[in-house]
Design a protein. Sequence first.
Length: 158
Amino acid sequence: MSFFRFNAKMINGQSLNFRNIEGNVVLVVNTASESKFAKKQLKHLEHIYKDYKSEHFLVMGFPTDQIGGKESKSNQGIYNTYVKDHGVSFPLFAKTNVKGQKASPIFTWLKRQKKGLLGPEIKSNFTKFLINREGKVVKRYGPMKSFEKMRVDIAKLL
């Protein structure tokens, strides 16, 4: 199965069929705007997105409040926080469950493809999954992973 067989509700309420982005290199991130990592992580993610988007690279942000971070209850509130407060321009999705029995099928699949150091479950906000142009998960990064290392991995796939 390929990542590009999924779809998800975007922050604006529209559904995105991932077949429409097939052929891109994608970095999927579970985000939390009120996390202690938010300011630094979102800044670096935005820089990577801007640097590589012309080469068919996407960062896809999935806000969650399951791991200690808080998010607005409304998608409009989430959008305002990310765009106005953090300057994010990469695609954002509706608030998403990333763990537990109600986890999004996308994150259930991602976790099965690449486990973390402590197993498949997501333990922290800003866990990242790097997906190649064929829809295969090639890397999983924790929030403390160097953005320079991620850049090297992304550049290899582009």
